[in-house]
Design a protein around this ligand. Structure first.
Ligand SMILES: Cc1cc2nc3c(=O)[nH]c(=O)nc-3n(C[C@H](O)[C@H](O)[C@H](O)COP(=O)(O)OP(=O)(O)OC[C@H]3O[C@@H](n4cnc5c(N)ncnc54)[C@H](O)[C@@H]3O)c2cc1C
Length: 494
């Protein structure tokens, strides 16, 4: 029950789809004709295969449902505009005809954020894929929102620059999607997360109005409009362009690793490093299960691996590496040298495909939370203990991969047994419920970087309390017809 606002129910997949199914209205032919006129008929898709492709993102529960032969709600139409003027025309048509709009980038979101639970139009911005300006003097780049992160990084690399944003999904995630979900990259400890990079954006509001924010290194001109769209997950408008901070490519890169006795000890060492003001590009700490799994033969059984990557200005890299060694060396069980770091750099984006697990009746998912240093050890213990009490769970393991002066994140992977859809869904929801409830009780935030999507809306009232009202009023003001990505983020289903 939504205690904060007392006006909507928590949303799970079945609730959301059942409620939204009742609201579905057939898409009128005149709307399709208007869309075809706006973007060209070849960019309006309504064949069954296209609708099925756009019915899902990378949410494991959606994959599980399809694996077991269950259906997902389909959109009515998919539209691929080719520029901001076309995005504006499309949103004008859809808003006038009261058609739900689901903004779509790379489809790599892992929480059902693009599932068309009310039907409507998926608006895929992938054709907006140009780099518009690379400004070496001002160290910023302006690009269209549909560009894939990997292509943006390649364009910057050609002129000796880097964005420094490397999510594991770099090959498939779009710039707009990264902004809309408040993404974090693997090198975030040095370069920051997407919110630290964003300088300005262009967004098309529901109804078609195009707004742009001013490009400046900082400004003190009231609440920051661009920040309203960071993490908005397609519920407030469609991001069409963004300007971001960039950096000269690093002169040097080094890695070093340590074996530590236990996870809490490793957290303490990261805290001490961050407190000094040192900023390694990457700090990763793996619990014994993940150390054994990801670094076979490179660390001892039952130990935790603590890994650093330093990069940037050469002399600073050397200094950081030796200063970190002064902090970690005496406290660690063993110095492991550069090899685990090299291994990680090489394998970091290789992910086992979900069907491999589903074919063995296994339910696998990951969840990422964060807490301040004074709470994070308790958060780790409480969450893993509660998750491991759920009937059917096989393992819950963790690593920390994004650290700050004030705290760090925990990225937890669980594996459970789910021989049929009913059993798989039960164990899936029970584990998530145990994890999220334990996280919030232990003083963490329920999400570090994957966003809320469809799946996490049920815990939004508990996460935000009264503050959720602010977000809801913003939503009502910008999207009075409630057409932008229904069912996501705000959890309003009735
Ligand atoms: C294997 C794997 C690894 C991952 N690793 C990371 C990681 O390291 N760090 C990380 O942060 N995330 C990671 N993710 C999650 C995912 O890649 C991110 O959430 C990413 O930001 C989603 O981008 P996308 O373009 O695929 O968005 P989509 O999945 O298409 O959409 C995500 C949400 O953003 C909205 N949206 C998309 N484009 C726009 C737009 N232009 N304007 C407004 N709203 C829009 C959608 O409506 C939806 O709500 C990973 C996912 C996978 C599958």
């Amino acid at each position: 029950m939504d205690e904060a606002a007392g006006r909507s129910r928590p949303v799970d997949f079945d609730t959301a789809t059942a409620v939204h199914r009742k609201r579905r209205r057939p898409l009128r032919g005149e709307v399709v004709s208007a869309l075809e006129k706006a973007v060209g008929p070849e960019h309006v898709l309504s064949g069954r295969t296209a609708l099925e492709v756009y019915a899902r993102d990378s949410w494991p529960l959606a994959a599980l449902r399809l694996h077991h032969g269950a259906e997902l709600p389909l959109p009515d139409v998919v539209v691929l505009p080719g520029g901001v003027a076309e995005v504006s025309a499309v949103l004008e048509i859809l808003y006038e005809h009261e058609v739900p709009v689901i903004p779509y980038g790379g489809g790599s979101g892992v929480l059902g954020g693009t599932l068309p639970v009310s039907g409507g139009a998926v608006v895929d911005v992938k054709r907006l894929d140009r780099v518009l300006e690379i400004n070496d003097e001002g160290l910023y780049v302006t690009a269209q929102a549909g560009i894939l992160a990997v292509d943006l990084e390649r364009a910057l690399a050609r002129v000796g620059l880097t964005l420094g944003h490397f999510p594991q999904s770099v090959d498939v995630a779009s710039l707009g999607g990264l902004i809309a979900t408040r993404s974090a990259g693997q090198f975030s400890t040095k370069y920051g997360n997407i919110e630290d990079m964003l300088l300005a954006l262009e967004v098309v509001l529901p109804g078609g109005k195009v707004v742009r924010t001013r490009l400046a290194p900082r400004s003190s001109t009231g609440p920051d409009v661009k920040n309203l769209f960071l993490g908005s997950e397609g519920t407030l408008g469609i991001v069409t362009e963004a300007s971001l901070r960039v950096h000269p490519r690093p002169e040097k890169r080094e890695t070093q690793s340590y074996e530590v006795a236990d996870f809490v000890k490793g957290l303490e060492l990261i805290r001490r490093v961050m407190r000094t003001g040192l900023r390694p590009a990457v700090i990763r700490l793996y619990d014994p299960i993940e150390t054994a799994h990801s670094f076979k033969g490179l660390a001892s059984q039952g130990r935790c691996l603590l890994l650093f990557v330093f990069e940037g200005f050469g002399r600073l890299v050397d200094l950081e590496a030796s200063a970190v060694d002064e902090i970690c060396g005496p406290e660690a069980e063993r110095q492991l040298g550069p090899e685990p770091g090299r291994h990680w750099l090489e394998h970091r984006n290789i992910v086992r495909a979900l069907p491999e697990f589903m074919n063995q009746n296994l339910v696998v998912d990951t969840l990422e939370v964060a807490a301040t240093w004074d709470r994070v050890a308790d958060l780790y213990r409480t969450m893993t203990e509660r998750m491991l009490k759920v009937k059917g769970i096989i393992s819950a393991s963790a690593h920390s991969s994004h650290s700050y002066t004030q705290g760090t994140n925990l990225y937890i992977t669980f594996v459970a047994l789910g021989p049929d859809l009913a059993a798989a869904e039960r164990v899936y929801y029970e584990i998530w419920e145990a994890a999220m409830t334990a996280c919030l009780e232990a003083g963490g935030t329920m999400c570090h970087h994957h966003g809320v999507g469809l799946h996490r809306t049920r815990w939004m009232p508990a996460e935000h309390g009264e503050a959720l009202e602010v977000l809801r009023r913003l939503k009502e003001a910008l999207d009075p017809k409630g057409l932008m990505n229904p069912g996501k983020l705000f959890g309003e289903v009735d």
